[in-house]
Ligand binder design. Sequence first.
Ligand code: ATP
Ligand code: MG
Length: 648
Amino acid sequence: MNAQIDHNLEEIRRFRPSPEFAAQSVAQESLYTDAADDRLGFWADRARELHWHKPFTKTLDWTNPPFATWFEDGELNVAYNCLDRHVLAGHGDRIAIHWEGEPGDSRDISYAELTAEVKRAANLLTSLGIEAGDRVAIYLPMIPEAVVAMLAIARIGAVHSVVFGGFSPDSLHSRILDAEAKLVITADGGYRKGRAFGLKDTVDAALGKGAPSVAHVLVVKRTGNDVAWEDGRDLWWGDEIAQVDADHEAKAFPAEQPLFILYTSGTTGKPKGILHTSGGYLTQAAFTHRNVFDLHPESDVYWCTADVGWITGHSYVVYGPLANGATQVLYEGTPDTPHPGRWWEIIEKYKVSILYTAPTAIRSFMKVGRQIPQKYNLRSLRVLGSVGEPINPEAWIWYRHVIGGGSIPVVDTWWQTETGGIMISALPGITDLKPGSAQIPIPGISLDIVTDEGESVSGTDGGLLVITEPWPAMLRGIWGDPERFKETYWEKFGDKYFAGDGARRDEDGDIWLLGRVDDVMNVSGHRLSTAEIESSLVAHDMTAEAAVVGAADETTGQAVVAFVILKERQTVSMTNEEASEQLRAHVARQIGAIARPRQVFIVNELPKTRSGKIMRRLLRDLAEGREIGDTTTLADTAVMQSITDQVR
Ligand code: ATP
Ligand code: MG
């Protein structure tokens, strides 16, 4: 099979950094030249920006691929780097977290206060018998204790496995078993969409299925709802923490000490327990956070909207920002509660200057319309970021104009749970920005686009994205399953990491992500990218969101089938048949007749994972008239039924 993907959708807009922005840019051009001259030396220098209890002398060991070690003989404490270090440097009074609860309660926590809480929590964990290397499951809402728990676990060299608070008892159970967690940290409940939902009851249900490794459940009081209690096993976080010592010395751990296990979102299959370790991970998280977002820790207010249950919440809510001494916003709830302007109200309230969010959120705001954000003062914003899916050029432009006031940089960051940190992104202040393209590898990252046979593709042809050299924050394996680790990522190309995404370079060498390799369509022998056709559909005035799949077709092999959500004001003016006809013609005009969808279904919702990614494989099942596959990682399992009803 030929990996080439045909494409015609060209995005020609370019945005140069303003001279004012460039003049104060954290990132400098020399990062690229330094990394090109001596890649390992470059990463060693970045690592030395952290505090090492014992300095390392070796940078990379790649003698046993695909198992890498970075900074192996060095020792550090990840939590010390995120906390004590800043307090000792005189920044104890700086706000680490502006926390905003969904009901409107809030809390400002300084670096000194956060450090003190983590010290107590570390003592509490030790008193419960948790030792270095033990696994602790976290099942919490977006409250400060989630951050405190993660850092306390890291501080004693234990390993956290954060499970997103929306997951079912079954999902939680399988993750607890897989990691053999000794302790579960949860809350009585959390707030979402204006209501309190239970969390402890889910933990009870999960443990009720049998989990012999779990000795204790620590429960944070958040909503005050009634909870069942198992004496001896269940303990109130607040009661316990009040009784332990306030002092705690952070001990040094080896650079390769496991830091966390995190299960992937499961957009394409069964989630994998991705293992990350300490020194290399923190190095890349801190470096990318500072340079990709142009962080000035003394003046910026940063906000990443991701839940700590996802990798973005690990690297860009907890470890990157705190390692850099940033001030950030942490928000518990949903964007539209109690009103559709909640996010913009928060930005106005805290004068947020850097916002990092996902295309799915941006498209949902586009759907509702610009009149909502326009009611708020968003002029504090100076950098915008995107992650999770390709950002359609139309959504990029909307983000820059409506949220960013038309002149501030938008960086599209490509990476994965497995990569641990950002791999492809523009650097604001240096790179000329191009809407829809993730652009270039960050300094120190080597990647390529190859054919199915592993040959570099020439010119602007599409192919498979591979990472050609080990990187500091790379996964160290799949928990308990080294064979699956090798098979999934390394078997295809030997020494190159296979990311599972399609990509191409344009004439300037900028990288465009084309979608999951599993989702690429083959129409009459032409390979078409889901991302490009979706972007074309989203570029039409009436479209809010679109998902495209290839469905078996007698004449063309596969045919393009699209599922489209219209913007709210559009739904009345036209019938669905008319809208779908217009959209088919629009794609044919913009990309070419070959890409004209066989069908465009107008729907109200799309199937998404809990982290907001579109699950195209379910739509493919529907388009091909098959029974719908595994829906357990869907955010809302009723969605597929409602789409099916609309389509049939
Ligand atoms: P699973 O591997 O279990 O299917 P997942 O891949 O959805 O789950 P994540 O690690 O959260 O889990 O997602 C990484 C994927 O998200 C990438 O492989 C890519 O497909 C997509 N992605 C992330 N950021 C971008 C981006 N900026 N542009 C395009 N795609 C992106
Ligand atoms: Mg993946």
